[in-house]
Design a protein around this ligand. Structure first.
Ligand code: BES
Ligand code: ZN
Length: 634
């Protein structure tokens, strides 16, 4: 029985039954995105021994997987892989001698990669095998980004980073690549001498830079949180448990920008229970990183595009940190349940932001999030993908990277906001704390969460949340009518000022003197589509927006540049698209360009220059958008 069940057993017997039943079911839920068969064998530990070869853009070495047998009859272990070259496999049983094992690599599926089938010796249920696989990665490995010196901040040394979520760990380690399997790991990583390797594990802050690094991750993690980066990295402490790794050229700015991370950590602990991972550090990546951030345990990977100088974009740090509870500790059982990771995390993120920066800022971030959700719901509906506006989705055989939208994030956050409104904060906070404790270091699927919540509501009818309400949120499309929509007074003021300006006023009526980044984003994101180049020129003359340093504001400005065909903004557009590879900032601009024939031509010309810098995931999506693909393959 889970600890959640125990904690609440005194409140109601019914709880225990529901939870036990749900646990049994979640173990059996299949993961369409993995070939692994965890009911037969489960990986419990991985010991990596890898050399980082920048010349050949390959990792070479071995992984020794400790595999626990769950079925005495099973004779074959299935692992996930994508584009790996396997040199040999040995298997030992219960500490015995390793024997060469027969293996075969199956046909490559475009989304899933290739299953590796390994012949296993017989042994009793519960027996431990060690399966050691010698292998190397391919230069195109989907989870690895090999960054040339020119694309780093320092321009002297190459850089390598991994991005394993959602199903890319298999492209750099053969393993059971499903969030239903957790394992501890140890690693030895060899690099060129002046470079430092860091992982989602223990990182010794003053390790000698001898090109030979060792790591230990004692807390069990799912494969999508396996992470490695190698580069010319320095470390700066921020607080007692927090710090930042970055290239020397970026370190000062990063340490200044993220100075509040220790406070964020303490705030989240006060709200939702202890931080269970030891240290929490940040790693600043090159600008080609396709995500804003990635919650790799103990070491979040962060885009440099949030270093704005004024800490206006640090919600991203609160978000990745919050995943230490929602996601890393209690993990979605499959990518169909990703809202359990992302929706909870956005809710936690906003709570942290409110404590540290106040209600006004939290409300603005909530409203910006709501608008991004409303836009995505509209465009998913328009594309015939209304099923993706549900919280619990069925991705089927689709690539999780392609099914990505704001729905699991902001609709998930609104669901918790709805519960908060019905239950009151103290009750919701207590519920969440219990949930994190009960399912710590486990995977949870949507049905389990639904059962947990329903059982709780049956015992607390005063909260007036029915099974029907819960199911409408989880399985319904779009936004339920009982959603509690956030409002921002600050944005209401911006709307009034914008209306005055649009009615023909001078730019001074905008009263921008008081605006923070958020007000600018709200203003720029809500300008009429047919604003026209003349009024764009007015804004540019008054506020120098084509030169704005903040990357989010620049993004919103550049969308308007394209819509209005405002020629003086195109220089910045090209500079922007050829220097940043974060999908959220880049892809919508290409999409906007692609709406007209001239725009498409411009998009293709810029893309031809930018493509070598972009991450493979972004390249795959832009190749499709801007087809025919430019000559010369990656
Ligand atoms: N875990 C995600 C990134 C991710 C999602 C990678 C799905 C691969 C597949 C991360 O926590 C995240 O949500 N990042 C956001 C930032 C956040 C503030 C919404 C991003 O990258 O934009
Ligand atoms: Zn997230």
């Amino acid at each position: 029985m889970s600890r959640f069940g125990l904690a609440l057993a005194s409140l109601a017997g019914a709880w225990m039954i529901t939870t036990a039943h749900a646990d049994a079911r979640s173990a059996a839920v299949p993961d369409r995105h993995s070939y692994a068969q965890p009911t037969l064998f489960r990986v419990t530990h991985a010991d990596l021994d890898l050399a980082v070869d920048f010349e050949r853009s390959r990792l070479t070495g071995a992984v020794a997987l400790t595999v626990e047998r769950h079925d005495a009859q099973a004779r074959e272990l299935l692992l996930d892989s994508r584009d790996l070259t396997i040199h040999g496999v040995t298997v030992s049983t219960e500490g015995g001698r390793p024997d060469m094992a027969e293996f075969s690599v199956g046909e490559r599926d475009a989304v899933l990669g290739s299953p590796i089938r390994i012949a296993m010796p017989g042994a009793a249920k519960g027996a431990k095998h060690v399966v050691r696989i010698e292998y190397e990665t391919q230069p195109e490995a989907s989870g690895l980004q090999w960054v040339s010196p020119a694309q780093t901040a320092g321009k002297q040394h190459p850089f390598l980073y991994t991005q394993s979520q959602a199903i890319h760990a298999r492209s750099w380690v053969p393993l059971q690549d499903t969030p239903q399997v957790r394992f501890t790991y140890t690693a030895r990583v060899r690099t060129p001498r002046p470079l430092l390797a860091v992982m989602s594990a223990s990182n010794e802050v003053d390790t000698p830079r001898d090109g030979d690094y060792r790591f230990e991750m004692p807390q069990p993690i799912p494969s999508y949180l396996l992470a490695l980066a190698v580069g010319d990295l320095s470390f700066r402490a921020i607080g007692e448990r927090t710090g930042v790794y970055a290239e020397p050229a970026t370190l000062d700015a990063a340490a200044h920008e993220f100075a509040d991370v220790e406070d964020m950590l303490e705030t989240c602990e006060r709200l939702f229970g202890p931080y269970r991972w030891g240290r929490y550090d940040l790693l600043i990546l090159p600008p080609s990183f396709p995500w804003g951030g990635m919650e790799n345990p103990r070491l979040s990977f962060i885009t440099p595009t949030v270093i704005a100088g004024d800490r206006s974009l640090v919600a991203l740090i609160a978000h990745e940190l919050a995943h230490s509870w929602s996601g890393n500790l209690v993990t979605n059982a499959s990518w169909n349940d990703v809202w359990l990771n992302e929706g909870f995390t956005v809710y936690l993120e906003r709570r942290i932001m409110e404590v540290l920066y106040g209600e006004r800022r939290r409300a603005m971030e909530d409203v910006l999030g709501l608008q991004s959700l409303q836009r995505d719901i509209e465009s998913l509906r328009g594309a015939g993908d209304a099923a993706l506006t549900r919280l619990a989705v069925d991705l089927g055989g689709r690539d999780p990277d392609v099914g990505f939208s704001n729905v699991p994030y902001e609709k998930g956050r609104l669901f918790l906001g709805f519960l908060e409104a019905r239950m009151g904060r103290p009750a919701l906070d207590a519920f969440l704390r219990e949930y994190f404790d009960a399912h710590a270091f486990q995977s949870v699927d949507t049905a389990t969460f639904r059962d947990d919540l329903q059982a709780y509501m049956q015992r607390h009818p005063q909260h007036a949340v029915s099974a029907g309400d819960i199911d409408a949120w989880i399985h319904g499309e779009g936004l339920p009518a009982n959603a509690v929509l956030p409002r921002s007074e600050a944005f209401a003021a911006v709307d009034r000022q914008a209306a005055d300006w649009l009615a023909g006023g001078d730019t001074s009526v905008l009263g921008t003197g008081e605006w923070t980044t958020h007000e600018w984003l709200h203003f720029l994101d809500n300008l009429p589509e047919d604003l026209g180049a003349a009024r764009m020129a007015e804004l540019d003359a008054a506020f120098d927006l084509s030169e704005v340093g903040n990357n989010e504001i620049a993004h919103s400005w550049l969308r308007n540049v394209i819509r209005a065909n405002y020629a003086p903004g195109y220089g910045r557009l090209e500079a922007y698209l050829t220097s940043i590879g974060r999908r959220k900032l880049v892809k919508p601009l290409y999409e906007e360009l692609a709406k007209t024939p001239q725009g498409l031509e411009r998009a293709r010309a810029i893309y031809a220059k930018a493509r070598p810098m972009y991450h493979g995931m972004l390249v795959a999506q832009l190749d499709e958008l801007l087809a025919p693909a430019p000559a010369g393959d990656r």
